[in-house]
Design a protein around this ligand. Structure first.
Ligand code: XIL
Length: 345
């Protein structure tokens, strides 16, 4: 299977290579990075030969963009479906890549099955532990790590977010999730992932106090993920400062969902020109600051999409003009920001 996959990859690569010859072939992005370089992926993209060839060439690791989330896996009757995430795992295996599990427990997703159990705490907790155990067991040996809890902190940093998990299990929902995950796969790196940590120092502080508490309580937590979904008007230095603060815990760091939106920075303006230089500088900052971390703490850096047209920003709200948050343009060419990024790695 692996040999077949590699052969198919080579055929696709040479098809793509012809296109690159016209504009100058580029070295695989991953060859610039001394740590795993990842990208998010969906099964809907797998039939696109250019996408598949580029993914195989440039990246070491895939994160399922949504098909490993509870909204896909958990059915209303409590059964689990793994068809789509299994296809992503198989594709990664064919290309010699690894997979990052994303995500087990997220405030944004619970589903009918858990909603119905919320009046019965013991049954709810048993189902919660079983979900984590069964999904992780299915992927033992196939994933590099799991985002166990995703986005637990409020933006203003005042508290944990309210969600069904917290409503029923209290603040302990987080510790319980990590304990259940560790029991399921003791060798698996367990990640705590959140966003806007560079925008809001108070949120970052609360995130770090959660981490400190977990470590003090002996909760198995091994990696901190900072999503880094940012807009091009983020002040310079914030990414660097965030990575430095997170790394001071001594844990490994995953720069987990990097993209830099021009449209969010430009608000309603139809022209992005004022923000292109800023985007360029921020991509350089992200690469440089991550590369400067001690190598033992570099868990990897993941880009949230391949070409601009693959970005979730363009699926959410394409509007009159498309956003350009990623490293490759719609045609699959590495953009100047992409060149700057890889140079700075
Ligand atoms: C987004 C995906 O990109 C979308 O396709 C999906 O519909 C919603 O989720 N934080 C996360 C990611 O942890 O899972 C989110 O991904 C982006 C924000």
């Amino acid at each position: 299977m692996a040999a077949l996959g590699a052969g198919m990859g080579a055929a696709l690569l040479s098809a793509c290579g012809r296109g690159e010859a016209a504009t100058g072939a580029i070295a695989p992005l991953k060859s610039h990075a001394p740590f795993p370089l990842g990208v998010c992926a969906m099964t809907a993209q797998m039939g696109d030969p250019q996408w598949a060839a580029m993914i195989a060439t440039h990246f070491d690791r895939l994160t399922p963009e949504w098909e490993m989330k509870m909204e896909y896996i958990l059915q209303p009757d409590g059964s689990l479906r793994f068809d789509a995430p299994d296809r992503i795992v198989q594709q990664a295996r064919n290309y010699g890549q690894s997979v990052l599990g994303h995500t087990l427990i997220w405030y944004a997703q619970d589903g009918d099955y858990f909603q119905k159990l919320k009046g019965n705490r013991p049954a709810f907790e048993a189902a919660y532990r079983a979900y984590i155990r069964d999904v992780m067991t299915h992927y033992i040996g196939s994933v590099d790590g799991w985002d166990v809890v995703n986005e637990p902190i409020l933006d203003d940093g005042s508290d944990l977010r309210d969600c069904l998990w917290r409503e029923v299990l209290g603040d302990a929902y987080i510790d319980i999730a990590y304990q259940a995950a560790h029991e399921a796969d003791p060798a698996c790196p367990l990640i705590l992932n959140d966003y806007n940590l560079e925008y809001y120092p108070a949120k970052r502080k609360r995130f770090l106090s959660l981490v400190e508490g977990m470590l003090t309580r002996g909760v198995p937590l091994h990696v901190l993920g900072t999503q880094t979904h940012i807009a091009a008007d983020l002040p310079r230095g914030a990414i660097r400062e965030t990575l430095r603060d997170l790394a001071a815990t001594g844990l490994k760091i995953h720069l987990s969902e990097l993209d830099i939106s021009l449209k969010e920075a430009a608000k309603n303006a139809l022209d992005f020109k004022d923000y292109r230089d800023a985007q360029h500088a921020l991509y350089e900052e992200a690469a440089e600051a991550y590369a400067a971390l001690p190598s033992a703490q570099q868990f990897g850096l993941t880009i949230w999409g391949l070409r601009d047209k693959d970005s979730w920003y363009n699926r959410k709200d394409r509007g009159l003009i498309a956003d350009e948050p990623l490293l490759f343009d719609d045609a699959g060419q590495l953009k100047p920001v992409g060149q700057a990024f890889v140079k700075a790695l």
